[in-house]
Design a protein around this ligand. Sequence first.
Ligand code: ATP
Ligand code: MG
Length: 778
Amino acid sequence: RRKAGAELLDGLNDQQRRAVQHAGTPLLVVAGAGSGKTRVLTRRIAYLLAERDVHPGQIMAITFTNKAAAEMRERVVELVGRRANVMWVSTFHSMCVRVLRREATTLGMKSSFSVYDADDTRRLITLVSRDLDIDPKRYTPRGLASAISNLKNELIDPESAKDKAANDFERRTAEVYVEYQRRLGLANAFDFDDLIMRTVELLQTFPAVAEYYRRRFRHVLVDEYQDTNHAQYTLVRELVGTGENGLEPGELCVVGDADQSIYAFRGATIRNIVDFESDYPQATTIMLEQNYRSTQTILSAANAVISRNPNRRDKRLWTALGDGEKIVGYVGDNDHDEAAFVAREIDSLMDGGDTGEVKYSDIAVFYRTNNQSRVFEEIFVRMGLPYRVVGGVRFYERKEVRDALAYLRVLANPDDAVSLRRILNVPKRGIGDRAEACVSAHADKQRISFNDALRDAVDDKVPMLNARSRNAIVGFVELIDDLRGLVTDGHETADILESVLERTGYRAELEASDDPQDETRVENLTELVTVAREFAHELPPEDPDGDGDGAADEGLVEPGSLAAFLERVSLVADADQIPDEDSEATGVVTLMTLHTAKGLEYPIVFCTGWEDGVFPHMRALGDPTELAEERRLAYVGITRAQQRLYLSRAIVRSAWGQPMTNPPSRFLDEIPADLVDWRRVQPERSAPSAPTTGWGRRSFGGGSGGGSSAPSFGPAKGWKDTPALSLNVGDRVTHDKYGLGTVVATDGVGPRATATIDFGTAGSIRLMLIGSVPIQKL
Ligand code: ATP
Ligand code: MG
């Protein structure tokens, strides 16, 4: 059911309302965290559709993640009805893929192109630098890839890079860039950065194409504008236009917060926000000042930290939500102790504690880098806390999954050389390195694609190739052509994938192995088939391309098709894996990096690892620019919390297998002492007689987290200090929450001893860390 315009303005303050209703000139909404920027963007779209007679096909909205895009679309559909489904709401990358599918031939590519991710890119750069005789120790593929990425983010093409190169590294980079770009073309592939750069090229080189999109998208809206880079900035400008051919520029609305810019390493620049008014002279700026997310305590902490950054426009955020609870601070002896505290605290929050109903899905744990998740996972598994880690080694990065996808990509795009070379001899079929090198050299010499060179091998036109290799190649080419027949016959992706796993012998090989890892691999492949099956049965939008005719454009991928599936998997980002809130169940605790947390909110947040060298990151310690970026990351982290915030650090943390002693994060010093309730600071080692009753409670001055000058108040009631209960199979125990249970298995010793306990219907079977859960032996 559609909402009337007046209703669309409900639940907005005056400034938000102004932003929703603003018409005619470019609009910038700048405001601190939790002030409703994203809400304004969503409502504005609904308002355009309901009150200003804008057709949904005229709207392009850009969000930072696919998940955020899906949510925004859903919200708008709730507000104004299903017709809103045809809007373009997506990330920059997805939007560009869509444009490029349609316009590929204009750029000399085919619409069946592949999208290369970081791993594909590195592979191709490795091949290129090998062919160019570049010393991989001196110039690593990773280094080259990142240098080329930076050039692309600045819209510098290979020729200009060559002209600009001022030192040896830049000259080598430019050389690789030229050849890499040529190979991408031969492979009919775009890398991530190309998606943006080449779309800009398309719009700038072909005025008719640009005009088509400008006529079509009369409204462009961008969330998280502070994290756009130069290429994305230019893309937005090109889409909106400057009023050529009598066409009014499109209406632009961007929202952002310079204090939350945390992607400088990807070329993001707050210049785009700071200079908005000079870039768009007609621009109107609206500031929002009320925060609707967090308590005053949380907000004050965030403001205190961010105000230390130089050269920023100060904004005063306030909230009507009251002071709320104090921030809880904790200092662990080591990272395991810190994790145990988090787990224990979650357990007691779930028991009701003093907060009433809490669901696991209300809770998030943040850390600076992905590798910090491991200690949390260990303890969460032990304690039976349901959780989900977002990011890290992702499903789509697993070898077997990438292999299977490489087959599919080759079927969709025969020229995809990186995928082709990946599967050429996987599983082993007698096409060795030498044979591959012969084919590759032939491709290079003839300036043809690797695929064409393989076909030359079949015709015996590749020199130096022995008969056995040639036969193997003949077999491979036939297999691929057969499988490709399934695609042209319109089989479902899941069935094609099944055939690939079957006919290549890939699955059989894994099944025959007695390596337990291979068993997991088979499961992952089964999972991939399931993903493909579900994807094909997703409901397509009523009008796939949103131009109002109910049909897909020529060149646009068929919904549910192989190409659409590959597109989906190549563009998943970490943040897209964040579990949806499930109102029925109690859900799971979400673990993620601070970067991934941007734009999200949780009632309860644990921000961990506040140590100089961890957070702020080691490489920021001597660099004011990087330090300012880390501080913005702290601001992002703190402002995700709605009701309760925990800040913790460990005195000793293992890094690269070595224990490291890190001083408290300097950001802790920046938080006013009266906001934090330190549950535990460093226990004084030389005070064995200290009282041992429960938590030490006090406000800790300056938050330096308990240096050696801190008075002692005894050890915490943690697993470290609880005498290990000795349990055997068959013992009867009681648990404060789950009641009576029977030990069915035990494992580990000392503080790491675990027991598997059957609590019957009350709590089912749970694995618990004996020292850290409230159990008694009967
Ligand atoms: P961030 O900077 O973290 O991206 P944001 O500025 O985009 O934050 P939103 O996520 O849009 O903020 O809003 C924060 C929270 O406040 C959300 O839960 C939102 O629903 C709520 N909110 C926003 N505006 C209002 C309002 N006028 N009345 C009540 N709640 C609001
Ligand atoms: Mg937002």
